[in-house]
Design a protein around this ligand. Structure first.
Ligand SMILES: [Zn+2]
Length: 73
């Protein structure tokens, strides 16, 4: 991580299926809390239904695979 000279300020984003964009940060803890926070916004949109564990895991997998997609380019 943090190779010098590598466009360090370039902001990479992933787009969730809901259309929201989440910045990719090079800190695994920060990244996972961004993902967690974002997934919680899905829960709030559908206030009467709790996000199921399966749905949470599905969104988490989706967002993580998008990160790899973007970084793999
Ligand atoms: Zn979303």
């Amino acid at each position: 991580m943090g190779k010098k000279g590598l466009a360090r300020e370039r902001l990479l984003l992933i787009t969730c299926e809901c259309g929201a964009q989440i910045p990719i940060v090079y800190d695994i803890y920060e990244m996972s809390s961004l993902i967690e926070l974002h997934i919680k916004t899905h829960k709030m949109k559908d206030a009467c239904a709790e996000l199921s564990e399966a749905e949470y895991a599905r969104l988490e997998d989706l967002l993580i695979s998008k990160i790899f997609e973007v970084l793999g380019k």
